[in-house]
Design a binder for this molecule. Structure first.
Ligand code: ZN
Length: 450
């Protein structure tokens, strides 16, 4: 067995691991690179092998940094199936066409306003190409081993990160490797904790928060004071959030706070055409989260769901305290950019992030204290209050990552990926100190024989 690291090295984006054994090739995750331009350009680079020579793709979860390259891979000639859990398929059914649509819009905007250096600017893939790719998806149940090819088997267990998220264990004659996928936390407000997994000979573990512990703070209290403070100033709270997962957690928290009268009764807008669909997916998978049927229903009934572009534009001139939740979570694209243009320049408003901000994204710049950010080719001044409530993150912190690894029995090697360099190296060091296991932080396109 050979593993090639084709993404999520030195970054949290672009997850792609190629396994090659006995004449078969499996691509574990097929994510988009996001953030720094030099990373985003990799989405346009040639793969190191012909896409037609990959036999199958297996997705650990639906977030675009794990699934968003699938339509491109299909366009490049990939002919196989894309395996994932039922909830991942349902979520990709919303996310991938939306991603294609956004890329078409961005290319179109760049062409009309002439701020692209490429002439003409092209989308990486279109909405239609994303829909075509979805026809290749095939559902794998959790906790059931499949034997796709002679000498291979694989099994997904729950990773507790978002609906459908799994850790993947691949076995071949003579060995095994475990991919953590993105790991959720043991104490998440909405998601169930990750499952304990069987030990493996090799482990690939994420390290998003490899150098950090989630603050032991009262998350709801912090959210309440940020919202109340903004309302008292007569401002608007803009929350960039992944439309899938974090948006629902935030809406649930806001409802808890409203019910307990800890925040003023102000309108909450969820500006995402796919949000209603996500609530249905929550309902369809009650065993993966902690929300009751009533709480799922409240996600929709107590929120104003904004679908059309016209309604979305109207949100940019609100005259009273309100909360707007809109994608993308790292402000790399999507409708939230228009809200940032409208609300970032006014000191009464608040921009509240609720998760990890990858280096090179507007989210990271804002959280880092930028006084202006470039949006659609022009600089927008930032005078609004900017907060990052990392305690709302959907990722395990360093202790929780180490705790998950405790189930392993001296693996031959641990590969630390899906982290920025400092985070990945801090987790490597922590693992070596705690367990004395051989630990490697691979580089882009590194290859290892297992
Ligand atoms: Zn994720």
């Amino acid at each position: 067995m050979r593993i090639d690291f084709l993404g999520a090295t030195g970054t949290v984006t672009g997850s792609k691991y190629l396994l090659t054994h006995a004449g078969r090739r499996l691509l574990v995750d097929c994510g988009l690179f996001q953030g720094f331009k030099q990373l985003r350009l990799r989405n346009w680079e040639a793969l190191q092998m012909d896409a037609a020579h990959i036999d199958a793709v297996l997705l650990t979860h639906a977030h675009l940094d794990h699934s968003g390259f699938v339509p491109r891979l299909v366009e490049l000639g990939f002919k196989g199936k894309i395996f994932c859990t039922a909830a991942t398929r349902a979520l990709c059914g919303l996310l991938l066409p939306d991603s294609g649509h956004l890329q078409e819009e961005e290319a179109d905007f760049a062409n009309r306003h002439g701020h692209s250096r490429h002439n003409p600017a092209l989308p990486l893939y279109t909405e239609q190409q994303a829909r075509a790719a979805l026809k290749r998806f095939e559902v794998l149940p959790f906790d059931e081993a499949s034997t796709p090819w002679p000498g291979w088997s694989w099994r997904l267990s729950r990773a507790g990160h978002i609906l459908g998220a799994g850790s993947l264990r691949v076995e071949w004659d003579g060995g095994s490797i475990l991919f953590s996928g993105d790991l959720g936390r043991s104490d998440d407000i909405v998601m169930m904790p990750p499952d304990k997994v069987q030990p493996a000979d090799y482990v690939v573990v994420e390290s998003t928060y490899g150098d950090r512990l989630h603050p032991d703070t009262d998350t709801l209290g912090e959210l309440a004071s940020a919202i109340s403070r903004t309302a008292a100033r007569g401002g608007v709270v803009v929350i960039p959030a992944f439309a899938v997962g974090r948006a629902q957690t935030l809406l649930h928290c806001i409802q808890l706070l409203k019910a307990a009268r800890r925040i003023p009764d102000m309108p909450v807008y969820l500006n995402s055409p796919m949000a209603a669909g996500v609530t249905d997916i929550f309902r369809a998978h009650p065993d993966e989260h902690r929300l009751s049927e009533t709480q799922c229903a409240a996600l929709q009934s107590e929120t104003v769901i904004v679908r059309t572009v016209e309604e979305s534009k109207r949100l940019n001139s609100l005259k009273y305290p309100s909360i707007i939740v809109s994608a993308s979570g790292m402000a790399t694209g999507g409708r939230v950019l228009h809200h940032l243009k409208a609300y970032a320049p006014d000191a009464r408003n608040t921009i509240l992030f609720a998760g990890f901000q990858a280096a090179g994204t507007r989210g990271a710049a804002l959280v880092g204290g930028a006084t202006s950010v470039k949006i659609h080719g022009a600089y927008v001044p930032v005078r609004a209050e900017v907060i990052n409530l990392e305690s709302l993150s959907a990722h395990a912190d360093r202790e929780q990552l180490l705790g998950w690894l405790d189930a392993q029995k001296s693996p031959k090697r641990v590969f630390v990926t899906h982290g920025e360099p400092a985070a990945a190296d801090a987790l490597r060091l922590a693992i070596e100190e705690r367990h004395r296991w051989q630990c490697t932080v691979p580089d882009y396109r590194d290859s290892f024989g297992l």
